[in-house]
Write a protein that binds this ligand. Sequence first.
Ligand code: ZN
Ligand code: ZN
Length: 207
Amino acid sequence: MKKDVLGLLISAFGLIISLVPTLIYINFADSPAFYFLNEQVLPSIPLILFMAIVGVPITIVGVTIFRRGIREMMEELSESTAGAIEGGRLSANKSVEVAVKRSAEVSGTNFERPPTKSDTPNRSKYLIVSSGTELICQNCSSAMPLGARVCSRCRSPFPIAEDEEEACPVCRCYLTDAKRLGDEIIVCNFCFSELRLQGNTLKGLSL
Ligand SMILES: [Zn+2]
Ligand SMILES: [Zn+2]
């Protein structure tokens, strides 16, 4: 039996022992019970007084047990709540881990897949056949790193194209001075990349 129920029963029992004889004594005067309660169980102590005295400690014991039972119940409850919270936290962590793993897998496949057309400069009309590694100044023939805007020696600018479509996909310079190498291949005048026109012809290029 649970302590709270047991405590309630004991304290109720104690209350009954203390109070019921008194109630009977008050309400049923001159009844057989009244006289029975008036019997002295101990010298100068009638049964009613004896029962009232005995009922009090029983009630106190019952209340104490009841309180202890309630306290234990509260502790159990808080423990199980804490457990539930802890469990929830763990499962939340787990699901976050799973989500991270999953996203890592997804991004991993993204990184691992071979570069597609969208990864290469696709606005240019030209496909890179061979890629140059430096820019050659048209004025002084100095070699400059790719991405240089002016020659650091003679200060002459490289003609960076505003329109990517008309530019060398490697060095971004205008291809107006590009040399033609065969029917479909042109060579950038600045970075010497070999380029092939995407599509059909080299028409419209002033070569
Ligand atoms: Zn120069
Ligand atoms: Zn170029």
